[in-house]
Each structure stands twice: as C-alpha cells, then as structure tokens.
Design a protein around this ligand. Structure first.
Ligand code: NYM
Ligand code: MG
Length: 197
C-alpha cells in the first residue's frame, strides 16, 4: 500500500487600501490557482449579516463590539480554512486580520487590544499589501474613508509583500504569481504559523 503525502495548501491573504484591487486580484488568483476564495467580512453567516448591517449604517455598535464581531467572523471560518489547507487546497483571502487591527486601531482602540482576539488564528503564508497614494486611489470613485494610512499599526510581519496598486491588473497578477510560485511547490517546507507569533 502506498501512502501519498499531500502537500498542504498555501494560505494567501490580500490586504490594502480601498479600491486597491484586492477583490479583483483575489478572484483572478483563486481561479488561476484553483484555490478556495474567502472574504472577510464573510457576510454570509449570521455574524456576517450583523456586520453588513453595521457597514451599511443600519446598525449602531460600539467600536469594541464591532471589532470583536469582525474577529469572531474570522474564527467562524478557522476550522474550515485549516481543514482545507490540510487537504491540499490553496486559500486566497480577500482581507484578513490585518484589516481588523488597522481599522479599529485607526478609530483609537489600543493596538494590543485590537490584536488580542485574533491571536491564534492561522497566519497567512504570504500577505500581499496593495498600496498607493490615497489621492490616486480616490480617483477610482466610490472611495470610502481610508484609515490604513492614519493607523499607527505597522506591517512588521516578515511575510508581508508590498505591491504598487497603480500597476495594471495583469502586472500585479504576474508579480503575485511570480512571488508565490516557489512557495506553492514547497508548502511542506513552510512552517504553519499562528497570529501573532
Ligand atoms: N473591516 C474589514 C474592518 O473594519 N475590520 C475587519 O476585520 C475587516 C475584515 O470592513 N471598510 C472593514 C474594511 C472595509 C469594510 O470591507 C468592508 P470590504 O472589503 O469592502 O467588504
Ligand atoms: Mg474589496
């Protein structure tokens, strides 16, 4: 009997400013890699529906409560994400815990407090941070209040990779694919880490 060892999946997160092209890249990338796409907030769960009401301005909540709901909304998917990675499925996440910390810290909540509820979540193997000057992105229309830039939260994680969001969709996709190609083949060599270690 031969036992075939399955390479675990690669966990890729996309973070960045509003209108930086995260969702476009998440979609393209998940198609290209035959990966499962997840999005945070995940508006399909009961918690996600409450979050969605809040984001549309239909529900008032304190900064603390909405922060904890965003985090709980990630924990809801945690087991499923872990299982899929173990089964060899690549995961592409449109936003993840870094969004949670950046947005709430920008509202004035202490960074350590913001980080605490996400501690222990699986850490993406690589996070692509799409960034550009706000003046440029705001020209893209439908631009919401941007708070990453005001945030004192620093992207110190060593697995962060910055991408110029003003490059074309194709260029960005190529840059991402280029950066993950060797990781994809060697996921067994990558240590699966947890936030915020
Ligand atoms: N957001 C998203 C947070 O404030 N905290 C979080 O943990 C997450 C995942 O929700 N303005 C914010 C960022 C966005 C908003 O995101 C909804 P999107 O990508 O428009 O669905
Ligand atoms: Mg988006």
């Amino acid at each position: 009997q031969t036992i075939k060892k399955i390479n675990r999946g690669l966990f890729i997160a996309l973070e960045g400013l509003d209108k930086s092209g995260k969702s476009t890249q998440a979609k393209l990338l998940s198609q290209k890699l035959n990966a499962k796409k997840v999005s945070f907030p995940d508006r399909t769960t009961q918690l996600g529906l409450i979050i969605s009401d809040y984001l549309r301005g239909n529900k008032n909540m304190s900064d603390e409560v909405i922060h904890l709901l965003f985090s709980a909304n990630r924990w809801e998917q945690h087991t499923s994400i872990l299982k899929q990675l173990q089964n060899g499925t690549n995961i592409v996440s449109d936003r993840y815990a870094y969004s949670g910390v950046a947005f709430s810290a920008a509202k004035g909540l202490p960074i350590e407090w913001c980080k605490a509820p996400d501690a222990g979540l699986i850490q993406p193997d690589i996070t692509f941070y799409l960034t550009a000057p706000i003046e440029e992105l705001s020209k893209r229309g439908d631009y919401g209040k941007e708070i990453y830039e005001n945030s004192s939260f620093q992207y110190k994680q060593e697995n962060f990779y910055k991408i110029d969001a003003l490059k074309s969709v194709d260029e960005i996709q190529a840059e991402i694919l280029n950066h993950i190609s060797e990781k994809l083949d060697n996921t067994s060599l990558l240590q699966q880490k947890k936030l915020w270690k």
